[in-house]
Design a binder for this molecule. Structure first.
Ligand SMILES: Nc1ncnc2c1ncn2[C@@H]1O[C@H](COP(=O)(O)OP(=O)(O)OP(=O)(O)O)[C@@H](O)[C@H]1O
Length: 316
């Protein structure tokens, strides 16, 4: 089937600089004789209008040029259409793109899209919000709220805000409930992760897989603040195994488990974020996985790439 791609460029995501990206898309798409159109994202995050265009013009792919906020808004509007999604990572964090091994270099990310390998990606609802990367409560949500109020975006601003918040950080009280267990915890933050990271390869949920039917839940419990960076470093390095729920959870700094549904009671109204975008907090969050929610262009896994090039050698 002839591909027809709509590119949606976010003019403000990341450092904001998108010089040359339109030209690059034009050159590469024309070289492949692929039909395309370039549009801008909108601040309201409303893409319902694209459904009509997708049906009328036979659009096969929607490619998002931006960060996780852009991906969240576009996919939540359009996942029930037949399009495949692509990402050219140009946000501040790019947690979903990097979790899917999509390269940061725009020309290479475009090559991935044009090569045409798609994989399924799970998503989840958190109350009536849609999330496909990582949502959470507490410290990182406070950073997301502060970041949204800054005039500039990008990694530098994000790192500055994280440092400022680190010194102010304090634990919040939560109750965690699922079919098999219920417990109270005081925690600096809770991450509900579909992708393995916050972004920028900060892999807070190293065992997360975009297509495993499970969400990784990371609960960074109350501890002496001086220990916090070391405990998080252990976690991002993958030194904490996934835990079955055992009685020694009070001995652990970080709880790490997987679930496809969960309820979090937010007893002290910790701040909340959805895929890195600040959102209004609530006393209770009900989380449910949406299995294989959408299809995303991503590189072939390394093993398959090797096998494919071997079979190409044989064919030739
Ligand atoms: N045309 C537009 N004009 C102004 N703002 C826009 C426009 N389109 C989208 N936005 C806003 O851009 C913001 C940031 O988008 P996005 O999340 O993609 O970038 P980021 O925050 O820099 O990256 P990341 O989420 O990966 O950290 C969103 O809050 C969205 O409302």
């Amino acid at each position: 089937m002839q591909r027809k791609i709509v590119f949606l460029i976010n003019p403000v995501s990341g450092s904001g600089k998108k010089d040359g990206i339109e030209k690059l898309i034009q050159q590469k798409a024309k070289a492949k004789s692929i039909d395309f159109e370039i549009l801008q994202t909108n601040a309201a995050g409303d893409y319902e209008y694209l459904k009509y265009k997708i049906a009328k013009d036979g659009i096969t792919d929607v490619v998002m040029v931006g960060g996780d906020g852009t991906v969240n808004r576009v996919v939540s509007s359009l996942y029930d259409t037949d399009v495949n999604f692509g990402i050219i990572p140009m946000g501040s964090g790019n947690g979903l793109a990097f979790g899917a091994s999509i390269p940061k270099n725009p020309a290479k990310a475009l090559d991935v899209i044009f090569k045409g390998n798609v994989g399924f990606v799970d998503a989840f609802t958190i109350n009536d919000h849609f999330s496909c990367m990582l949502s959470g409560l507490g410290f990182d949500a406070q950073v997301a709220h502060d970041f949204a109020n800054k005039a500039s975006r990008g990694l530098l601003t994000y790192t500055q805000q994280s440092l400022v918040q680190y010194f102010k950080a304090h634990p919040y009280q939560f109750q965690i409930v699922n079919d098999n267990f219920s417990f109270y915890t005081d925690a600096f933050f809770i991450s509900i992760a579909n992708s393995n990271q916050f972004g920028n390869h900060f892999t807070i949920a190293p065992k997360a897989d975009l297509d495993d039917g499970l969400l990784d839940i990371v609960i960074v419990q109350k501890m002496h603040k001086a220990k916090l960076p070391f405990a998080i470093l252990q976690q991002i390095r993958g030194n904490n195994d996934l835990q079955q729920f055992v009685e020694d959870m009070c001995q652990k700094n970080i709880l790490y488990f997987q679930a496809s549904s969960l309820t979090i009671r937010n007893l002290k109204l910790a701040p909340f974020h959805i895929d890195g975008e600040p959102a209004e907090t609530k006393e209770e969050f009900k989380i449910n996985l949406i299995r294989r929610c959408f299809k995303l262009y991503m590189p072939l896994p390394k093993q398959e790439t090797k096998e494919k090039s071997k079979s190409e050698l044989v064919e030739n």
